[in-house]
Design a binder for this molecule. Sequence first.
Ligand SMILES: [Zn+2]
Length: 272
Amino acid sequence: MAGIWPGDTQCVVMLSFDMDGPSAMIRRNPEVERMPSARSMGEFGPDVAVPRILAMLRDFEIPASFYIPGWVAERWPGTVEAVAADGHEIAHHGYLHEPPASLQGAEEGEVLDRGSEILERITGQRPKGYRSPSWELSDQSLSLLADRGFVYDSSLMGDDAPYFVDAGDGRRLVEVPVHWSLDDAPFYPFNPAVGRTEVMASPQQVYETWASAFDELYERGRAYALTMHPWVTGRAGRLSMLERLIRYIRAFDHVEFARTVDVAEAYRDRAS
Ligand SMILES: [Zn+2]
């Protein structure tokens, strides 16, 4: 087959869900802690959307990856346990959704350790994957991740299939790249509490963007990595669009759905 994958795989599809709850909006605007309406929009994610997403993934028998800030995991440990019990990957996504570039000095390492400890306490496993909140790494992030034994990062946009990034001192990490066009957040941004008042795209527009990207990445034999947020994509009309997209993708031959950590480890092992 044409493309980068071994065997007869033509395209690897990674569905990922950043279970931010209200953490990202609180980080952007601390006033949201005292704004029950705005906060509840985020709380809908772990409370209502994640159980629906888990049921959908179970029906399709698709493994996925969930990136969970420690602050959210502390408040919804049962939801984290339910995600892990279904065999999905639990990965690191900061504590209170801090973009690493916004942290000073030792803070970034402290946030990494705090998030890992919370996820390990709940799931029994230390996360191997990291996705930076808001996809803003600092210039020391990769080396801090390598210090802590992470296998991969998923925050950069330098390719549309896995690649290695330099983590300093002769070390390298697998990068599983992302892009805003394959993220639900730019399409459905309406949230006055953080100043987002643009008109929301329709699920049909998002479907067209995401399906046409799949067509081309499949043709080229690359990776198809979708980033979604339960409080955003879990809303009515959007989740059914995702189901339609999954059915569309599954009609292609030689497509493999995988957790990001499994793709990253296989990529690392093939190269060694
Ligand atoms: Zn996030």
